[in-house]
Write a protein that binds this ligand. Structure first.
Ligand SMILES: [Zn+2]
Length: 346
């Protein structure tokens, strides 16, 4: 059983959701069937006591009065205890006396988790540098890029819709000269850096020893997931997030109407990225490219999240396509087949 389900089950058996709400300081708690009403913990809901309704069957609460959105138990604990996601798990585990042998791991991850806050800080104070190893990003550079779809992308089957949606451009001078520019977003929708993709062929790149991708400044892209801000709505609606390696797979999925995909931007995934994924509170579906590195990514994600989240693997090896193929190299039918036959991790 997943830890979230296990904690919720223990919680309902031992002290009940009402008991928890009481401890968390919520007021005017009443129950009607599987609905528990109280003041909203997220805004000052004292004016409308029954504005917040938690459904024990669905496992989340909804604020009808002001927020007009849903929250799960972990959101509620995080808000009322002013804590992080790992801390909210620890709090509930302590409360119901569940001995979580991975508690230690959570504490280890917590340090990294706290670094996520830097993304929010970048937005608030765009001028200062932060010790976490990322330079504040100067957004004005975006306006220096040519806003057009490069032939290379057109040849790969991408169109102006993709260009517009992902704000792709082309850089004619400076560090990213002669590269397609790909703005990388944080979960808050800020641009945290730009990736520049060379327009040279793989053979030329190898001969001249030029990297295919270069990152503006030396920003650490491993602190975010590409497309996370645009995908957020679709992730919440679908209850799933698709994790791929590269930008192109995200664009291709977008063309097929699959908008809940994010890219790790490589075949490894950082703990910050894992925590971003876990915090979404949805099922995680990983699809590495059709090579050893891609398989490694699939395994890494599964190992890191399976204790905390539902997870499934889309296996590119199920298709008879060339080595190193990614979602961007296959067609919609092939993807639909892969998605249907994804392997659930239990
Ligand atoms: Zn509210």
């Amino acid at each position: 059983m997943k830890i979230k389900e296990e904690l919720l089950m223990e919680l309902e058996e031992q002290i009940g959701i009402e008991g928890l709400f009481e401890r968390l300081g919520l007021k005017q708690i009443t129950r009607n069937g599987s609905n528990i009403y109280s003041t909203c913990p997220f805004h000052d809901g004292a004016d409308n006591p029954t504005g917040f309704s938690y459904n024990t069957k669905k496992g989340f609460g909804y604020c009808f009065t002001k927020c007009h959105r849903s929250y799960d138990i972990f959101d509620i604990v995080m808000k009322t205890k002013n804590s992080t996601f790992p801390e909210s798990i620890s709090y509930l585990a302590d409360l119901v006396g569940v001995d979580i042998d991975y508690k230690f791991k959570i504490n280890k991850l917590k340090d990294n988790y706290d670094n996520l806050d830097f993304l929010k800080q970048v937005r608030k104070t765009n001028k200062q540098s932060f010790d976490v190893g990322i330079e504040p990003f100067d957004n004005s550079v975006l306006s220096t890029f040519i806003s057009r779809l490069h032939t290379v992308l057109r040849q790969e089957g991408f169109d102006d819709n993709v260009r517009d949606y992902f704000n792709l451009g082309f850089c004619t001078s400076g560090y990213l000269e002669n590269r397609i520019t790909i703005p990388i977003d944080s979960i808050d929708g800020d641009i945290v850096t730009i990736s520049g993709r060379s327009i040279l062929s793989p053979i030329d790149l190898e001969m001249m020893n030029i990297p295919k991708y270069k990152i503006y400044h030396s920003t650490d892209k491993s602190k975010t997931l590409y497309n996370i801000s645009r995908a957020l709505h679709y992730i919440k609606v679908s209850g799933e997030v698709i994790v791929v390696e590269g930008f192109k797979s995200v664009w291709r999925l977008h063309q097929w109407g699959v908008k809940n995909a994010v890219a790790a931007m490589g075949s490894t995934i950082s703990n910050q990225q894992i925590l971003l994924l876990l915090r979404l509170g949805v099922k995680i579906i990983v699809c590495g490219d059709r090579d050893e590195a891609g398989e490694k990514l699939n395994n890494e994600v599964v190992e890191k999240v399976k204790r905390y989240s539902d997870v499934a693997v889309i296996d590119m090896y199920k298709l008879n396509v060339p080595l190193k193929s990614s979602i961007s190299d296959i067609n919609k039918k092939q993807y639909e087949y892969l998605y249907r036959s994804k392997k659930e991790v239990v």
